[in-house]
Design a protein around this ligand. Structure first.
Ligand code: BGC
Length: 655
């Protein structure tokens, strides 16, 4: 459905108009890098970590760098539009496309990382497309599902990353397949005109998702471009809603507005200045090898490795890690994901797919190579069965079990389990030796054995450098820096379930993830260990010199024995929310993330004072009657995760 129509073309193609010097638009997916749709293009681009892995870096500079590198590869491939970033805030834990979404479960994280990504890509002269607008939070009934959500839920939770894209000057938006409050997204004037162009002040153009245009009325409702336009379907039929005949029936002003939205974005982005190849004469660019490219002086291979390693989240560590000769001499590495040659647990499937190049090392190979330098012996098992794990008892000092699950666009995951085989393998290993579990996952998973193992770390589909990332973090070459961009639930009941009906009621409103008072976390949102510990002290509101609505500072001290970085998180609590009725007050979360700051790498004993500048909007809540309502009573919680709050203080917004 979304393949390129012919050789030399891209997933999306808008022909150039040479007479008017209007360049062709050459659009390609997206999530982990340039998608190989042309014959002989597999492995010619860098397979970066997925968007959710980028979210777990909690690092705007790094996200910006990866986006810039992706932009460089797009240029090299002759494309000038990337069908990304995909930024929807997760709602259901088993969402099939969660791995593709840069916001994880949080609007503030999503806002900031989306803005960083858009700037990185667009700096390279490649237009970004924020997708999928809006409420594209599950794959079940994805073409027809009707998301019923309140204005407040939209404003405070799901729209934030899209606002981040607009704030960064994104050129385009992609409207989603699903309906929103009864009307398809791509013909939803409320969504596209009132919210996107009106409230968010979006200046670019809106394209439909592939075959998401249902009627020519979409143009009047705010959609500007149908995708993929006229295409060859399997039985030879051609399909497009906006045929010339239909277009001629549409009011001239509406057509002109759509054209001017597209052209404004094209010229703003300067796409006319470097038009590049013209399809179908883009074959040479499309087959070119981009894996050796550099951006800002850095090799893409290095960028992909650094991003993957920075995305590793260390969830538990009883001291087993980092691995050193004095702790372990012989380690067994088990689990099918340790030898995942097909990369099913490194890259997601669907339009976000990227094929890793030949530099990809399996976790086993990478760990083996690194262990050799340490003179630590790695035992390769004959099989990956619980029996094999049990037979290792007494023969090794530790067992590393690598387990994973895959995911694909088009369907949701059927459960959050890692599967019987994997769970049994972990339990069997843990019953015989100190066990380190490495997870290669597309989103939240259940870890019923978490109390039995010594260490747990996770990478959300880490791309080509997955194996290398593991090796570097396990042996302490790279300090763990990732943080969970979602809550790892204790049980399936601690998550929002997939809506099985055509209508999906977002009745929980804002109370998803850590914002729900009833969900129990196995590992909380924002959590992530490193090889040292930090103390927080001296939190205070500073008035002098404060240019923001409120300024809060806190001192962070490395209180451990090795270097490390802390991600200080600021959660706001409104003790007496004002602006709505009792029901409205009840639906206000007890904590919302409104700031985070990554410290520099601090040596033992070293301190850093972290300053948060809160904007007036941070102290507002949305009411459908009154719009954004300023809150006068605010408590700021400063912590290392949504549940690990170290300092709290009342803060008065300065007027
Ligand atoms: C996906 C989009 C993608 C498009 C083009 C659609 O099926 O939902 O995310 O950009 O295909 O491949």
């Amino acid at each position: 459905m979304s393949g390129s129509p012919d050789v030399g073309y891209y997933v999306g193609n808008i022909a150039s108009i040479p007479r008017l010097q209007i360049p062709a638009l050459k659009m390609q997916d997206a999530a982990q890098g340039f998608r190989p749709t042309e014959p002989n293009t597999g492995g010619t681009t860098t397979a970066y970590p997925c968007m959710l892995a980028l979210a777990s870096t909690w690092d705007e500079d790094l996200v910006n760098l990866v986006a810039a590198a992706i932009g460089t590869e797009f240029k090299g491939k002759g494309a000038n539009v990337i069908l990304g970033p995909s930024v929807n805030v997760h709602r259901v834990a088993a969402g099939g496309r969660n791995f593709e979404y840069l916001s994880g479960e949080d609007p503030h994280l999503g806002f900031r990382l989306t803005a960083a990504y858009v700037k990185g890509v667009q700096e390279q002269g490649v237009m970004a497309v924020a997708k999928h607008f809006a409420f594209n939070e599950q794959e079940t009934h994805r073409m027809t599902m009707d998301a019923k959500a309140s204005e407040r839920t939209a404003m405070e939770l799901y729209f934030a990353p899209f606002r981040g894209a607009v704030s960064a000057g994104v050129g385009s938006f992609m409207c989603a397949y699903n309906k929103v409050n009864g009307t398809y997204s791509c013909q939803n004037a409320e969504l596209l005109k009132k919210d996107l162009r009106g409230l968010m002040d979006f200046q670019g153009f809106v394209m439909s998702d592939w075959l998401a245009t249902h009627t020519p009325d979409a143009l009047a409702a705010g959609m500007d471009q149908e995708q993929p336009g006229i295409i060859q379907l399997p039985l030879g039929a051609k399909s497009a809603v906006l045929t010339d005949k239909e277009l001629n029936k549409v009011d001239k002003h509406i057509r002109e507005a759509a054209a001017s939205h597209v052209l404004t974005a094209v010229y703003r982005m300067g796409l006319d200045r470097e038009p590049g190849c013209t399809p179908p004469n883009c074959t040479q660019e499309l087959v070119s090898d981009q894996t050796k490219a550099t951006t800002r002086g850095q090799r893409h291979e290095e960028i992909a490795f650094h991003a993957a390693a920075s995305s590793v989240v260390l969830m538990k560590n009883n001291g087993l890690l980092p691995l050193t000769k004095d702790k372990v001499r012989r380690i067994a590495v088990l689990g099918e994901a340790a030898v995942d040659e097909t990369h099913r647990t490194y890259v997601g499937k669907g339009s976000g797919y990227v094929q890793p190049d030949s530099s990809a090392k399996t976790p086993l190979a990478a760990i083996e190579e690194r262990a050799a330098k340490e003179n630590i012996e790695i035992i390769r098992p004959d099989s990956h069965t619980p029996e094999e794990a049990k037979s290792l008892g007494g023969t090794v000092d530790a067992i590393i079990v690598v387990v994973g699950v895959d995911a694909s666009e088009g369907s949701d995951r059927t459960s959050l389990d890692l599967g019987h085989k994997s769970d049994h393998l972990v339990k069997a290993a843990a019953s015989k030796a100190p066990t380190i579990v490495l997870l290669q996952i597309p989103g939240a998973v259940l870890m019923p054995w978490k109390g039995e193992v010594g260490a747990i770390a996770g990478i959300f589909m880490g791309g080509v450098a997955t194996g290398a990332a593991w090796a570097s973090v396990l042996f302490g070459d790279k300090l763990p820096t990732g943080r969970l961009p979602l809550m790892m639930p204790e049980t399936i009941n601690d998550t929002i379930q997939i809506g099985e009906n055509r209508e999906v009621d977002y009745s929980e409103g804002l109370l998803t993830s850590y914002r729900s008072p009833s969900f129990k976390a196995a590992f909380p949102f924002g959590h992530g260990l490193t090889y040292t510990t930090f103390e927080f002290s001296g939190a205070q509101q500073t008035r002098e010199g404060c240019q923001a609505a409120a300024c809060v500072e806190v001192t962070v001290t490395n209180s451990g024995k090795t270097a490390g970085e802390e991600v200080v998180q600021a959660y706001l609590h409104f003790p007496e929310p004002s602006g709505g009725d009792e029901k409205w007050v009840k639906s206000t979360p007890a904590k919302v993330l409104k700031g985070f700051h990554r410290t520099q790498e601090l040596k033992p004993g070293q301190t850093e004072t972290v300053l948060f500048n809160f904007a007036p909007e941070d102290f507002t809540l949305f009411s459908s009657e009154r719009g954004w309502v300023e809150q006068s009573k605010v408590t700021v919680h400063l912590g290392a995760s949504s549940e690990d709050i170290r300092q709290s203080l009342p803060v008065e917004p300065l007027s």
